[in-house]
Design a protein around this ligand. Structure first.
Ligand code: PMP
Length: 398
């Protein structure tokens, strides 16, 4: 009897499975709106000019690659803090934030989850319904029971905010609440600053533990605008978690560049928390890789490159917004009677299109337009060349 005889085949990742199906499709007009990747007006994954310039600098000053500190490159961690909490934040001056470099946003979430399992082992984790599907798996694998709070309201084409708030109000102290800081994945619907204020109030009153997942800072309304929600939590004077991803905002998906920041009550607590985060990292992968974080740190701390990045990020953000508006117009032009303007009001890379599973299946089989069965499409993969075709296809299945 082999050791692995009883091992069962794990289900395929639904989105990566979709990619395989897309690659095998012979339809020359096929369009991939499944995976969450930004492509430019030519349908290409961009290499940002600021990244290329930083890499050139790094090659010219090429250095041997020793181990990094367990918590990563100090200049990188500091730059992340400036981005997330605002340069000159009193919180940073007070030394109250523990930030560690992590393997993408996923790595930041995982380090946070493992640390939380030590300090808050009996807590339940709440994620939005629906959420990025890895949230559930990641916190479950970290040993937590994961449940959901209401979020998407299909009938309203928006957020069931009363439902969300009521659920948080009814949750016991210590409950870990995973919140999308901006550009909600998969729906594209964010709550307003006034609604955030209510969430913060409930989190504080109930003694909940907020874990803000910020995978798309700069893709919504701007770097500072998208980061404003963080300030609301800071102002409430509570401890909370923020995971950061640069996969999208630097188009550095494969470099695995992210971070985890934990806001603590004092500098003394910060030192203790940081020491525990380091244990989590040390016992998982020892220390993080150099290249991606070095590139991001170089861009963020070199004024000319930073300005270039902000411009390139704005370019991506504005192109997505233009595609949203164009999709609404093209759908109308293609004869769609119902009001699709909600697509233009959503934020970030994704749109919950409102299409049903059978409609998404028809889009794939008849038109080679690949989205997720939930109706999620990646609007960041639309461009002038494919948007007309996509709109026509959607009009035919609606
Ligand atoms: N959180 C959310 C909401 C995401 O959409 C993603 C990326 N799809 C991540 C976290 C993970 O980011 P990364 O690829 O940097 O690990």
């Amino acid at each position: 009897m082999s050791l692995f005889a009883a091992v069962e085949m794990a289900p395929r990742d639904p989105i990566l499975g979709l990619n395989e199906q897309f690659n095998a499709d012979a339809n020359p007009a096929k369009v991939n709106l499944g995976v969450g990747v930004y492509t430019d007006e030519n349908g290409k994954l961009p290499l940002l000019a600021c990244v290329k310039a930083a890499e050139q600098q790094l090659i010219e000053a090429a250095r041997a690659r020793g181990y990094l500190p367990i918590d990563g490159i100090a200049a990188y961690d500091k730059a992340v803090q400036g981005l997330v909490f605002g340069e000159g934040s009193p919180l940073l001056a007070a030394g109250r934030v523990a930030t560690v470099q992590a393997l993408g946003g996923t790595g930041g979430l995982k380090v946070g989850a493992d640390f939380l399992k030590k300090v808050n082992p009996g807590a339940k984790v709440l994620i939005s319904d629906p959420s990025w599907e890895n949230h559930r798996a990641l916190f479950t694998n970290a040993g937590f029971t994961v449940d959901t709070y209401p979020y998407y309201d299909a009938a309203r084409r928006g957020v069931n905010f009363e439902g969300m708030l009521a659920c948080l109000k009814g949750s016991p102290a210590g409950t870990i609440v995973v919140l999308h800081a901006c550009c909600h994945n998969p729906t594209g619907y964010d709550i307003t600053p006034a609604q955030w204020a209510q969430v913060v109030e409930v989190v504080k009153a109930q003694g909940l533990v907020a874990f803000l997942d910020m995978a798309y800072q700069g893709f919504g309304d701007g770097i500072a605008e998208d980061g404003a929600v963080i300030q609301q939590f800071v102002d409430a004077g509570i401890d909370f978690f923020v995971s950061t991803s640069f996969s999208k905002s630097f188009s550095l998906y494969g470099e695995r560049v992210g971070a985890l920041s934990v806001v603590c009550a004092s500098k003394d607590e910060q030192a203790k928390v940081l020491s525990q985060l380091k244990i989590v990292i040390r016992t998982n992968y020892s220390n993080p890789p150099t290249h991606g974080a070095q590139v991001v740190a170089t861009v963020l701390t070199t004024p000319a490159l930073r300005a270039q990045w902000e411009q390139e990020l704005a370019g991506m953000r504005n192109r997505i917004k233009a595609m949203r508006v164009a999709l609404v117009e093209r759908l109308k032009a293609a004869g769609v009677q119902q009001d699709m303007s909600f697509i233009a009001g959503q934020r970030g890379m994704f749109s919950y299109s409102g299409l049903s599973k059978p409609q998404m299946e028809r889009l794939r089989s008849e038109f080679g337009v690949y989205g997720v069965d939930s109706g999620r499409i990646c609007v960041a993969a639309l461009n002038e060349k494919n948007i007309g075709y996509v709109a026509e296809a959607i009009a035919k299945v609606l």
